[in-house]
Design a protein. Structure first.
Length: 404
């Protein structure tokens, strides 16, 4: 017994009917479309059809040497068709039966076909057709049966119908870091004219493209065809980094009354400000500050990825503190006075009038011959300060002699 060799494939071929709707079910509930109206027999063999009301009302084709054909199904360019049927081979043999669809006038072109061998169960087959040309074409459905008089084949629910316009649009990633690439992939049915915004432009009805958006971007795919238009959107989120700050102060330690320089560079920020009255600044720069005491300056940077802060501490060393006294502060010639002092923050203490270097705290007797102001100079990391103490020297009054 001859076995039909049928290529099994799902093929996107020639298109869709001018009505754009579902074509009639060509074999349904035990009868062919309008009792074989529109179906033709090939010239190389007789085909007998019977109606079996007891077996799922299946359509029976028996026996034959080739095929029963349905011609003239209109296909319109750019529209996708779905095609399917059910087959059951009645007898137990090595024969096979098949159903296929092919464009009229293009017997060597791609086609959808499905073959089966004996089975007591129904076998369902389905596939797609697509007319890539702009002009209309016609299709032909073939019900292929074994060339054996003993074979009986059941065909039912044979259909060919348009697929509504649809599109699939996906991204390999929906969240990326700046500079990363993402693949956009799409496919459409019955809507072959495809455009994608964001500068991508016109594309084929199926494909992919690499993109690298600098910021969060929504891509819109618009697919148009004879049966309508469909749009799909997807958003690729670009995670923006938080601002990056380089912030320094020089020198980090100053004496009281001295100045320091703050300098900074900030990336990924739209606004930069520094507290303590410095205010809004550019993304890079410098500013001189004279803090009255040790101060921490905070720089705040605001950007698309969030907020960041950085601190710089300028340490202010206070000038020395001095307590300097003379006791008593008034004496007679020849008498002595005591100088007493205490200092804080001083590393060098000097007293003039040849007193010279002294410890940070101390006492010293002096014998000024006349009124003298002593100057104590205290020097330390925080600067220099002076203090004075005056000793007034008085001359005793002379006694007058009295003559008698």
């Amino acid at each position: 017994m001859k076995v039909l060799a049928i290529l099994a494939a799902i093929t996107f071929l020639f298109g869709v009917p001018t009505s754009y709707g579902a074509a009639p079910n060509l074999a349904q509930n035990g009868s062919f479309d309008t009792n074989l109206s529109g179906w033709t027999n090939p010239t190389n063999g007789a085909v007998t059809t019977t109606w079996d009301a007891g077996t799922a009302k299946a359509t029976v084709v028996s026996p034959a040497s080739t095929a029963l054909l349905q011609d003239g199904l209109a296909l319109t360019g750019g529209v996708t068709y779905t095609f399917g049927a059910r087959i059951r081979l009645q007898t137990a043999s090595s024969s096979s039966a098949a159903i296929e669809i092919v464009a009229v006038g293009d017997p060597t072109g791609a086609r959808f076909a499905e073959a089966m061998t004996h089975s007591t169960a129904w076998d369902s087959v389905s596939g797609y057709l697509y007319n890539e040309t702009a002009s209309a074409k016609t299709a032909q459905v073939r019900l292929l049966v074994p060339g054996d008089a003993s074979e009986v084949v059941f065909f039912d629910d044979v259909y060919l119908q348009a697929v509504p316009a649809s599109a699939e649009f996906t991204a390999s990633k929906t969240a990326i870091a700046p500079g990363e690439q993402v693949t956009l992939t799409w496919s459409t049915m019955s809507a072959p004219q495809v455009t994608i915004d964001q500068g991508i432009g016109a594309r084929s009805r199926a494909g992919s493209i690499l993109v690298s958006p600098a910021a969060t971007t929504t891509y819109t795919l618009t697919a148009t065809g004879p049966v309508g238009t469909v749009t799909k959107q997807l958003t690729v989120t670009v995670a923006q980094p938080k601002p990056q700050i380089a912030f320094a102060g020089s020198p980090a330690t100053v004496a009281e009354g001295e100045s320091a320089t703050l300098s900074w560079t900030v990336l990924n920020a739209s606004a930069v400000s520094i507290d303590h009255g410095i205010g809004a600044r550019g993304s890079s720069g410098s500013a001189a500050v004279t803090p009255p005491a040790t101060t921490t300056y905070r720089l705040t940077a605001i950007g698309p990825g969030g907020n960041s802060t950085a601190d710089v501490r300028i340490t202010v060393l206070p000038a020395p503190v001095i307590v300097f006294t003379a006791t008593p502060d008034a004496i007679y010639v020849g008498q002595s006075a005591t100088l007493a002092w205490t200092t804080a923050g001083a590393t060098i203490v000097l007293i003039d009038h040849d007193v010279g270097a002294q410890p940070p705290s101390g006492v010293l007797d002096v014998h000024p011959p006349l009124t003298t102001t002593y100057v104590l100079t205290a020097s330390g990391p925080g600067g220099v300060r002076v203090a004075q103490a005056t000793v007034t020297v008085k001359v005793p009054a002379r006694r007058r002699s009295v003559r008698r």
